[in-house]
Each structure stands twice: as C-alpha cells, then as structure tokens.
Design a protein around this ligand. Structure first.
Ligand SMILES: NC(=O)c1ccc[n+]([C@@H]2O[C@H](COP(=O)([O-])OP(=O)(O)OC[C@H]3O[C@@H](n4cnc5c(N)ncnc54)[C@H](OP(=O)(O)O)[C@@H]3O)[C@@H](O)[C@H]2O)c1
Length: 284
C-alpha cells in the first residue's frame, strides 16, 4: 500500500488521514451507523480516531468506546481536555472520565482543546503526571497559534508537545504563513481539523467550487476527496475528516492514494491563494 503516512513520533507512523467524531453521539438513532463508520475506517487503516470530552458532552467518546470494543490496540486514540480542566487534579479526573467513556485504560494522545484557565506550565505538569500514571502515552495541543507555541516552547517540558491540531482547509490557509512552517521545522505533525470545511472561513462553498469539481472529475473521485488530498499534500500534515457513513469513510480512505499534479495545485492556489501575511488563527 502506498498510502501517505505521517511520522507521528519516532516510533509511530500513521496514515495521513484519520477519523473525526465531532457531532457523533448527539442522536441515539444514529449511533449504530456512527459505530459502523468508525469500525469501517479502522478496517481501511484509518487508525487515528479523534474525539473530545466536549463532543456531545462525552457521548461521542462513548460511541468511540463502542467502536473500539475488541480492537482497542488497532487504533491510535486521541481525546481532548477542556481548558478549564487542563490542570491539577481536574486534569486527572477529566482524563479518567474520558477513559471510562472510551472503555480503555490509556489514550495514545491527549490534547489541550484550546488555551484558557491554566498556565501552560500547569497543563504540562498535568500531562506529565498522566504519562507517569500510564493514562496517556503522549500529549499535544489544539488551536494554538504561532505566538502561543513560542510561549509553550519556553515552558519546562513544553517541547514534548507531540502535535498541534488546528483548523486547515483549502479556504482557510492562514497557518501556512508562519505556524505550519514552524511546526514542520520542529518536525511536529500538524493535525488538520475541519478539512472538508465543515467549519472555518468560507464554509459551505468548497464542495461545490467549479475548480475543485473539475479536478475531482479528472481523477474520477469526489470533491471531498480532492479537498483531503490537498490538505495532506504537505509533509507532516494529517487530516481528520468526520464521516458518519461507510460510503464517506471509504472515499476518505481512498483519498490517501490521490496525488494532485503541480498544475492542479496551481489552479487551486489561484482559486484560494496562500496567505500573504499574518491572519488570526481560524477556529471552529
Ligand atoms: N480541535 C478542535 O477545536 C476541533 C474543532 C473542530 C473539529 N475537530 C475535529 O476534526 C474533525 C473534523 O472536523 P469537522 O467535523 O468539523 O468537519 P469536516 O471533517 O470538515 O466535515 C465533516 C462533514 O463532512 C461530511 N463528509 C465526510 N466525508 C465526506 C465525503 N467523503 N464526502 C462528502 N461529505 C463528507 C460529514 O458528513 P457525514 O457525517 O454525514 O459523513 C460531515 O458533515 C472533527 O470531527 C473533530 O474530531 C477539532
């Protein structure tokens, strides 16, 4: 299999497309379909599953827990802690609650969901305590812009951060100006959330854009697959689309095999130019 991989750590290489779970667990009537979609994704090698204590107030983690029954070790499991839980005993309690909902005894990666109540030093201390207790294997951050990362780098232990998960899609390219090159320089993978533009600037018009659709037609794939192939075109960038149907998951996994030509990338750049200056970090 030639599917594009991202070196997540020195030991762990993962397919450049994973599975998101925001809005899963909201509707009990859709639960079976959501579990099946996640399991189908694992069957197709989409090992990274991204969830959070926030999603459906913990119910998304329960969906993931059900999907992982009997196959926990085949997944690279990521969850996130609310900023107001990201320090001291609150962090330990929040992680333990996530583990219970996920029906597992460890997370592969635990992320600070966004910056907030605790200092970076307090959050890093809690993350290190969780690693020492065997509850998480590694930790990272989400929604941190370039300046935040510089501040994190000044904190003792801050450079152990394994990833930054940020909004990134064709119509929201702000991170290409400074954050992404810096992360690449640190050899720190970036996890692109909302890669299909469910959130972020210019939401809604990407899947129907004529240039995206013309390229999709040329590859005999869908517009969504082109958007994913575009996100993962760069080294060290992985995409975590959320898909609640097996048909979508199959498409998303197949996007790992799509390579966009130089000319196609130029057409997409023309439609959605790379940033020429600093813009505020886009968020969901
Ligand atoms: N760290 C953060 O602050 C943060 C913020 C937002 C998201 N995230 C993470 O990133 C994940 C992805 O982002 P997102 O959920 O905002 O949006 P997204 O992945 O950009 O878009 C999800 C939407 O795209 C649809 N979709 C999936 N595959 C498709 C395909 N092949 N063709 C057409 N439509 C397709 C899904 O429909 P169906 O569900 O019907 O398949 C869903 O409506 C989240 O689920 C979450 O895990 C993190």
């Amino acid at each position: 299999m030639t599917a594009k991989q991202v070196m997540f750590t020195k030991q762990v290489s993962l397919p450049a497309i994973g599975q998101g779970t925001w809005y899963m667990g909201e509707d009990p009537g859709r639960r079976r379909e959501e579990v099946s979609a996640l399991r189908a994704g694992l069957d197709l090698g989409l090992r990274l599953i991204d969830t959070a204590e926030m999603y459906a107030d913990g119910a998304a983690e329960e969906v993931v827990g059900e999907a992982l029954t009997g196959r926990r070790d085949s997944a690279f499991l990521v969850s996130k802690v609310y900023p107001w839980n990201a320090g001291g005993q609150k962090a330990i309690a929040a992680c333990e609650a996530s583990l219970r909902r996920l029906k597992t005894d460890y997370l592969d990666l635990y992320l600070l969901h966004w910056t907030g109540s605790f200092s970076f030093a307090e959050t890093v201390d809690s993350m290190e305590a969780l690693i020492a207790q065997g509850k998480i294997r590694r930790w990272g951050v989400s929604n941190l812009d370039y300046d935040d990362m510089q501040a994190l780098w000044q904190v003792t232990g801050g450079r152990e951060c394994a990833t930054n998960q940020v909004l990134y899609h064709l119509a929201s390219r702000g991170i290409e100006y400074d954050l992404l090159p810096w992360c690449q320089q640190q050899q720190m993978p970036v996890m692109a959330y909302s890669p299909l533009a469910q959130a972020g600037r210019l939401r809604g018009d990407l899947l129907s854009h004529s240039v995206v659709n013309d390229i999709a037609h040329a590859h005999n794939v869908s517009a969504a697959q082109i958007l994913l192939a575009w996100v993962i075109r760069l080294p060290g960038v992985m995409a975590i689309p959320k898909a609640a149907s097996i048909a979508h998951v199959e498409q998303n996994a197949a996007a790992l095999e799509i390579t966009l030509s130089v000319d196609e990338l130029k057409q997409l750049d023309k439609a959605y130019p790379a940033p020429k200056g600093k813009t505020a970090l886009d968020m969901a």
